[in-house]
Design a protein around this ligand. Structure first.
Ligand code: ZN
Length: 199
């Protein structure tokens, strides 16, 4: 239950991301976020904790008492509109490839991986999601300045631009909680599910 999903919105009630109940309570307790009830009333931690728990409601035990689980929280200091793009960055390439060499399939720490151009730059290969992968030093050496075909190597997966909808640990697809619906209906559903390469 503490790892189930809570929708995080900014002060303008624009969905930012999805977090866990555990993290949501941390944010509430620290005063960084407020809980929102289905009537759109906001509560700080104290006032939320004082709400009586109705028998059928979801709750967690905290400090000797039951406390209602908020399904939507609003950050108090974060007005940024959510990013429409997953930044094409080193860290995100590692995340996409799960720190796994895309040639030999073995898992490495970040320091043991290179970012490899599948089609080498010297052959006109571009620096873009579809042409860069994580590669271990051994595979990198073996491949040298060649294409995978020339080096007789195979990618374990075709590199793609990640989709925003599946980038977080929890996808918003399917709207698991009724409490989320009013927030999600404010935005174009395609925003969450769009294939970024089509933008
Ligand atoms: Zn490798």
């Amino acid at each position: 239950m503490v790892n189930s999903a809570v929708l995080v919105v900014n002060r303008l009630y624009v969905p930012i991301h999805v977090t866990t109940v555990r993290r949501a309570f941390t944010l509430l307790y620290a005063g960084i976020a407020k809980a929102i009830d289905p009537q759109f009333q906001t509560f700080d931690f104290k006032s939320w904790a004082e709400l009586s728990v109705i028998a059928h409601e979801e709750k967690v035990g905290l400090v000797n008492r039951a406390i209602r689980i908020p399904r939507v929280i609003a950050l108090q200091t974060y007005d940024r509109i959510p990013r429409k793009h997953i930044r094409f960055s080193r860290i995100n390439i590692f995340l996409r490839d799960k720190n796994t060499c895309q040639y030999c399939g073995r898992h490495f720490s970040k320091g043991e991986l290179n970012i490899d151009h599948v089609i080498p730059r010297s052959r006109g290969g571009k620096t873009e999601w579809e042409n860069v992968v994580c590669s271990c030093f051994d595979c990198n050496r073996r491949k040298g300045g060649e294409t995978p075909g020339e080096a007789n190597m195979t990618l374990i997966a075709q590199p793609r631009k990640p989709q925003l909808a599946t980038w977080g640990r929890i996808s918003l697809r399917g709207c698991p909680y009724e409490e989320w619906r009013p927030f999600l209906s404010w935005i174009d559903a395609s925003y969450w599910n769009v294939e970024l390469s089509q933008e």
